[in-house]
Design a binder for this molecule. Structure first.
Ligand code: GDP
Length: 302
């Protein structure tokens, strides 16, 4: 997994790691060096507050260490980065049947972030784990979106409930999908939704209704917000809007293969208080992985 992550993360992430290691290995670490450390952290989109905190911690530790071997520096940096990336959050997906009903996973996010692709990839992972999965295409705004999901479903070998009418009521599709999931006794029903943020009020009404309608039949166990890592801080704004309508239980950070700003993981978790549960590392069916903070830090420091 680490090898794969290393291959997929863009080089600039490991340049970031190497840069930090080099700075902290300097014979004397003066104010200029600390400024550079701070700047390096900020450039990676870790966020101002966490960057300052980390610089403070590193300063204290360097002071205590006195002489530093390259290994000492690497161990210290690894420990502190892992703490930053993993502030002790539960990353387990809630995808087990409860009370004789399927787990329901609602997937939300702005158009283009990779929602449909994520649903397809996740379905594939679950099928490989011997779970019965059913997909619901509640992104009814574009017929193409529903078709795209159904194509993923066919590829992975799971049924997709969709409407063939453009602009059908997303809540009714979600309802039918959950109903079918209960009848067919599947393990997991995953609902793909629309994300037209331009119309904030409409989106909120729509998502709220989708959730309420599902809850007439089953609990919503997991609300995954999909964010595009390449949009950096923008993702945080999106998250706030969605967070006003639904309780987000996990983040899927897509396109981590295309950004130098891997530090956004830290900013997201810190500001939203929600764990990154999965990461997208490419467009292919196997390019979705559980988020593993230690492997992530090791890939950056490699
Ligand atoms: P949606 O509108 O949110 O459902 O987004 P889509 O699932 O249609 O994805 C939009 C584009 O992003 C597609 O071209 C996907 O192949 C691409 N994409 C999704 N996830 C990833 C990822 O992890 N890495 C890369 N490089 N591309 C991705």
């Amino acid at each position: 997994r680490l090898q794969r992550l290393r291959e997929r993360l863009v080089k600039s992430n490991s340049l970031f790691g190497k840069g930090l290691l080099a700075l902290l290995s300097s014979d004397t670490i003066d104010e200029n060096v600390w400024d550079e450390v701070e700047e390096t952290l900020l450039l990676a989109d870790i966020g101002t507050e966490p960057s300052l905190e980390l610089v403070g911690t590193l300063r204290d530790r360097v002071k205590v260490m006195g002489t530093r071997s390259p290994e000492d520096v690497k161990t210290m940096l690894r420990e502190e980065l892992v703490k930053l990336v993993d502030p002790g959050m539960d990353r387990e997906l809630r995808i087990s049947r409860v009370d004789g009903k399927p787990a329901v996973v609602l997937v939300v996010g702005v158009n283009g972030v990779g929602k449909t692709t994520t649903v397809g990839k996740l379905a594939r992972v679950l099928v490989a784990e011997d779970k019965d999965v059913l997909l619901g295409a509640a992104d009814t705004f574009r017929a193409a979106a529903a078709q795209q999901l159904a194509t993923w479903g066919a590829r992975v070998g799971v049924p997709t409930v969709k409407s063939d009418v453009d602009g059908a009521d997303p809540a009714s599709v979600a309802f039918e999908a959950v109903k079918a999931g209960i009848e067919q006794e599947v393990d997991v029903v995953m609902i793909d939704t629309a994300g037209r943020l331009q119309n904030k009020v409409g989106l909120m009404d729509e998502l709220g209704k989708v959730k309420r309608v599902i809850e007439k039949q089953a609990e919503v166990d997991e609300v995954l917000l999909v964010l595009d890592a390449t949009t950096g801080q923008n993702g945080l704004t999106q998250a706030k809007v969605f967070g006003e309508v639904v309780d987000i239980t996990g983040i899927v950070l897509t396109k981590l293969d295309g950004t130098a700003k891997g530090g956004i993981v830290v900013a997201i978790q810190k500001q939203l208080g929600v764990p990154v549960k999965l990461v997208g590392l490419g467009e292919g069916p196997d390019d979705l992985a559980p988020f593993d903070p230690e492997a992530f830090v090791d890939a950056i420091l490699a």
